[in-house]
Ligand binder design. Structure first.
Ligand code: SAH
Ligand code: MG
Length: 210
């Protein structure tokens, strides 16, 4: 990643630590080698922080990165919750709107030729999705239901040999919320369709093997 792009990632609001962003980037490059030409997809972009790392990898692989988010925030981003930021509330609606932040991040990172924002509810988009993916990153809603729906709706679209990356996987409940672990990571491994490749912080990288 260029120093300029890295600077944009670091200046963008969000929840992606640098070492995990770098691991995400490496995983996306690995996916592009395994499944050349197939697009990548991120569920949960927020202000575009992780999207900069993934967009850079997609650009170098010559593929498109779809960035799916309704930009209204997850439960834990709402007023009164731990990860709320008043800067991302649209005063006209009183609702969160991270799309303007996402847009400026993609502009500043010069990724508008690679990243395609899909603004909508994840299950709604997944329901009509048909294109095989080389790389899928799930970092959307972290409640039981949203996590389960993301697992069910998106993981079948990972091409054989492609990569599934999951964020905020906490096997120890003391470290954080359970749904990404219980509703996405465990079912993926237990299904026999995915094998664990690596772990960096709360990021888990799996390969589609069946
Ligand atoms: N990957 C980001 C953080 C994502 S936070 C980073 O690196 O900083 C989770 C995001 O998921 C929020 O922006 C929220 O709007 C989105 N999200 C949660 N549930 C969703 C759903 N059902 N459909 C679409 N987006 C959703
Ligand atoms: Mg996350």
């Amino acid at each position: 990643m260029t120093p300029q792009r890295r600077a944009v990632a670091l200046a963008t609001k969000g929840f992606m630590p640098v070492d995990e962003g770098d691991a995400l980037h490496a995983a996306a490059l690995l996916a592009a080698q395994a499944v050349p030409g197939a697009p990548m997809l991120e569920v949960g972009s927020y202000c575009g922080r992780s999207t900069v790392w993934l967009g850079d990898a997609a650009e170098s692989a010559g593929v498109v990165l779809f960035a799916v988010d309704h930009h209204r925030g997850s439960e834990e981003n709402q007023v009164g919750w731990e990860h709320h930021d008043t800067d991302v509330v649209d005063p006209r609606t009183g609702k969160m709107d991270t799309l303007p932040f996402f847009r400026i991040a993609m502009h500043d990172a010069e990724l508008e030729g690679t990243v395609v924002a899909v603004v909508g509810r994840s299950p709604l988009v997944a329901a009509t999705w048909t294109t095989p993916l080389s790389f899928l990153f799930i970092d959307g809603g972290h409640g039981d239901e949203p996590a389960r729906l993301d697992y069910e709706g998106w993981t079948p679209h990972v091409a054989m040999g492609g990569i599934l990356a999951i964020h905020d996987v906490f096997p120890d409940p003391a470290d954080g919320g359970r749904p990404p672990y219980e509703q996405i990571f465990l079912p993926a491994v237990e299904s026999g369709r995915f094998a664990l490749l690596s772990a960096t912080g709360s990021l888990r990288v799996l390969r589609r093997v069946d």
